[in-house]
Design a protein around this ligand. Structure first.
Ligand code: NDP
Length: 500
């Protein structure tokens, strides 16, 4: 007999994790829940698979990863529909998300050898008789723990780079999106059937915790800051290195010389798409005094036109994690209780499982809506004197993930002053799809990088080798050296480094 569950709330039934759509409650899939022993067994199997995968070399892995990329590209509607069925995200957003994931697999596959492969680096005068060699060797098995809000591109930001670097992966998807996680592993197994190079383990947070303690060589975690701290604490027990991609409270700055139509369009999309459930989504905006009123009017006009629901035309779907609705409600209520005004939406916009677009103004800077991650289709817009005040306010929260600046003359210098890992000038979020750039945060948003050269290096251990290529003219690292030679070394070093 199947029990009736609240839509979107994952439950465990007869040892299986049951995933349902947050709008309709329709079942999206059920998957066996792993226990601690299952996780250990998966990691042990992955250890063997990792040796085989590493042995394929860069060329062998590139060829297989590119086949996986093509498979996903050819079946992107299928995965976007599954993302919609499971998490409620509009199919169009699922397509956009998958596009970025495909680009990352392609780039990681094509660039792993250049970034990680064995290469000569320059020797310096002091050890000129040695050549220097560097490569980044795979860790072995990487544990990847992912969130639900971007169940394709977020895990792939770690998976593709970890796999391209020669590691096997055991992946724990969010309990809200196990079907999408399983799809990724199943399609990978279609192109790499020989060994379980990418496995999935399902369950609740305790399965993620078990993965941290399972003997994996590194953990790549994406999720909330609070869970990130738990992951780090668990990994500390075994000195397992971690990569933490955590939450954000990204801001947009609109300067006096900004194109206001473009800024409003980007702000509405960056803040409200995926119902605001985006780690690098815009949650607060600082517009300078001369353009503030015109900017707010444009944002309200554009945001007010968005359609909400689970139909095919809906631009804003349901809130995927039902418990988040209370957080969104609290942020809106608190903002208004403390003197803020809703120029669009407001408390009545919260209609579970949906939240309609809400634009808040005059919200105090120390309120939850400005300082905490809301993760809903809401924006605060604050009036500032100038871009200096805007930068100071943007940088005053503990998060530091991305950000956006609209303007002409000073936009680039403003972007550089943001305390964040990424920034977009005259656009929003675009850095996530730029596979040549690293992605990651500072402060409460975490540390370490996925994507780009840094993202590949994150999944390889630097291995440094020096190799003698001739006799030492000034032997230093031997007991055979004479006092005269030590004297010559001291004199030479003074000559080279002692001036200036
Ligand atoms: P959570 O932190 O709740 O969960 C993330 C993952 O960790 C899930 O798979 C979860 O499993 C698992 N987990 C829970 N408890 C533990 C534990 N004790 N040990 C190990 N793993 C555990 O985050 P959400 O899934 O709610 O994701 C939303 C958050 O992710 C937001 O804060 C968002 O900003 C952030 N995010 C950051 C991104 C970035 O790149 N910086 C990108 C996307 C999202 P389960 O779901 O089963 O509880």
């Amino acid at each position: 007999m199947t029990a009736v569950h609240a839509p979107g709330v994952p439950v465990i039934e007869d040892g299986e994790l049951v995933s349902t759509n947050p709008a309709t409650g329709a079942e999206a899939g059920r998957f066996p829940v792993a226990d601690e022993e299952d996780v250990r067994r998966s990691v042990a199997r992955a250890g063997e698979a990792a040796r085989w995968w590493a042995g394929l070399g860069h060329a062998g892995r590139k060829e297989r990863l590119l086949r996986w990329r093509s498979l996903i590209a050819n079946r992107m509607t299928e995965i976007a529909e599954l993302v919609n069925r499971e998490g409620g995200k509009p199919v169009a957003d699922g397509i956009v998300e998958t596009t970025a994931a495909i680009e990352h697999i392609d780039w990681a596959a094509r660039n792993a050898r250049r970034v990680l492969g064995l290469r000569r680096v320059r020797s310096r005068l002091v050890l000129a008789e040695f050549s220097a060699h560097l490569e980044y060797q795979p860790y072995g098995v990487i544990g990847v723990i992912g969130p639900w809000n971007y169940p394709v591109v977020t895990p792939i930001g770690s998976l593709a780079y970890a796999l391209a670097a020669g590691n096997a992966v055991v992946f724990k998807p969010s309990e809200y999106t196990p079907a999408v996680g399983q799809w990724l592993a199943d399609t990978f197994a279609e192109v790499v059937p020989e060994h379980p190079v990418l496995q999935v383990v399902h369950g609740l947070g305790d399965v993620g915790a078990a993965l941290c303690r399972s003997g994996v060589a590194k953990v790549a975690f994406t999720g909330s800051t609070a869970t990130g701290k738990k992951v780090m604490a668990a990994c500390a027990e075994t000195l397992t290195p971690v990569l933490i991609e955590a939450g954000g409270k990204d801001a947009m700055i609109v300067d006096a010389d900004a194109n206001l139509d473009a800024a409003a369009e980007a702000c509405v999309w960056g803040g409200l798409m995926n119902a605001g459930q985006t780690c690098i989504g815009i949650e607060r905006v600082y517009a300078v005094e001369p353009v503030y009123d015109a900017f707010v009017a444009k944002v309200v006009e554009k945001a007010g036109r968005l359609t909400v629901g689970d139909g095919e035309d809906a631009e804003i779907g349901p809130i995927t994690m039902p418990s988040q609705i209370e957080i969104i409600r609290r942020h809106i209520d608190d903002a208004i209780a403390r003197g803020g005004r809703a120029v669009l939406g407001g408390p009545e916009a919260v209609q579970p499982p949906y939240v309609h677009p809400t634009i808040l103004v005059d919200v105090p800077e120390d309120s939850a809506a400005v300082r905490e991650e809301t993760f809903g289709p809401t924006l605060t817009i604050s009036r500032v004197r100038d871009s200096d005040e805007a930068v100071a306010l943007v940088n005053a929260v503990p998060y530091g993930l991305g950000g956006s600046v609209f303007g002409r003359r000073n936009a680039m210098s403003i972007a550089r002053r943001l305390r964040s890992g990424m920034a977009a000038v005259n656009s929003v979020i675009t850095f996530v799809g730029m596979s040549t750039l690293p992605f990651g945060g500072v402060g409460d948003s975490g540390f370490g990088r996925i994507h780009g050269d840094d993202g590949l290096r994150e999944f390889g251990r630097a291995k440094a080798i020096t190799k003698r290529r001739g006799p030492s003219l000034m032997p230093a690292m031997t007991f055979e050296r004479t006092p005269a030679q030590v004297g010559r070394i001291a004199k030479t070093i003074k000559m080279i480094y002692g001036r200036g």
